[in-house]
Write a protein that binds this ligand. Structure first.
Ligand code: FES
Length: 146
């Protein structure tokens, strides 16, 4: 079977789908290769992600990855959320096929973009190295470490 049970579960029953009105941070990223788009909304209280929702216009693996990623950052501190990598998301899903790893990268990037948006909006200083400039072809640089 190409996809793990966890992937199928999160694909069929995605957690935290939707929009947060007046979100404290919003991140939207796209993959130029497949054209898929992911948007993450964060509600942040006292440095904790109290709520998170996502919208994905993308493939099944992107849906499963965003669903899992939202579960992984909910209730966490901002630093903990920043530490959620695409690798961690993929592991939590019991793996993704190699050609689908970039879908989990989208989830990591969307969360980071939403955190950056929160920092920017609130004038909170951060280490720019945490948020590499958004470039186009992420696909290969992130997926080499399977
Ligand atoms: Fe593009 Fe999955 S094929 S995010």
């Amino acid at each position: 079977m190409l996809y793990s049970e966890k992937v199928m579960d999160h694909f069929r029953n995605p957690r935290n789908v939707g929009v947060i009105e007046n979100a404290d941070g919003v991140g939207e990223v796209g993959n130029p290769v497949c054209g898929d788009i992911m948007k993450i909304y964060l509600k942040i209280e006292n440095n904790i992600i109290s709520d998170v929702k996502f919208e994905t216009f993308g493939c099944g693996s992107a849906i499963a990855s965003s669903s899992m990623a939202t579960e992984m950052v909910k209730g966490k501190s901002l630093d903990e959320a920043l530490a959620v990598t695409n690798k961690a998301v993929t592991e939590a899903l019991d793996g993704l096929p190699a050609h689908k790893l970039h879908c989990s990268v989208l989830a990591e990037e969307a969360i980071r973009a939403a955190l950056k948006d929160y920092y920017d909006k609130n004038g909170i200083a951060y280490d720019p190295a945490l948020f590499p400039a958004e470039s186009c072809a992420h696909e290969h640089e992130h997926t080499g470490d399977e």
